[in-house]
Design a protein around this ligand. Structure first.
Ligand SMILES: [Zn+2]
Length: 188
């Protein structure tokens, strides 16, 4: 149909059948992106990277749910990958989720978390009357992950750099210990 602009979600699912595994209507694919247009770019970038990791590995991947929750992207998947490829794919998804936390879900410009009864990530223009959620000094774009590897507790603290689309390690000791305790993170 001339003059009809195809939804980017259809295009994404059809461009990456190896990741979405659509059967028939792309909109019925499990991983159909239920997010705003502003996150199109970060999802396209994630798909390019996931495909590269999966193809290099020869394993299988399926996006099972892509949605927004508490203002940021959630990207769930299932598959069968080597441990190395698994780590690569998880890193790609961490980057996409971190980018969503500072990218307006409506227009794709730089954004911040806003609250109007529910949390959304918006630029100042798209935020309208919503209240900006204050982030404790030093904790902007910081992700803290706790993992247990062979009973050993590993705390990883990284800051997402939107300009370089990469993570920078942050020394936990440089952050306000009181706020860390508030977040339930003990130094160690
Ligand atoms: Zn915006």
């Amino acid at each position: 149909m001339p003059g009809v602009v195809q939804d980017w979600r259809v295009e994404l699912v059809e461009t990456y059948p190896d990741l979405f595994h659509p059967v028939g209507d792309p909109a019925t694919a499990q991983g159909w992106p239920e997010v705003g247009d502003g996150w199109r770019d970060l999802l396209e970038r994630a798909c390019v990277r996931i495909r590269a990791a999966v193809q290099a590995d020869g394993g299988a991947f399926q996006a099972t749910q892509i949605k927004e929750k508490y203002g940021t992207l959630r990207f769930y998947w299932q598959g069968a990958l080597s441990p190395d490829a698994y780590v690569k794919v998880e890193e790609v998804i961490d980057l996409a989720e971190a980018r969503s936390a500072c990218t307006c879900e409506i227009c794709g410009e730089s954004g911040r978390l806003h609250d109007s009864g529910w949390l959304v990530t918006r630029c100042a223009t798209c935020a309208g009357e919503r209240r900006l959620v204050e982030i404790r000094l030093g904790f902007e774009n910081v992700r803290i992950e706790e993992r247990y590897i062979a009973d050993r507790r590993i705390v990883r603290c990284r800051r997402y750099d939107r300009d370089f689309d990469s993570f920078v390690d942050v020394d936990l000791r440089s952050l306000d210990p009181e706020h860390l305790r508030f977040l339930g993170i003990e130094e160690g």
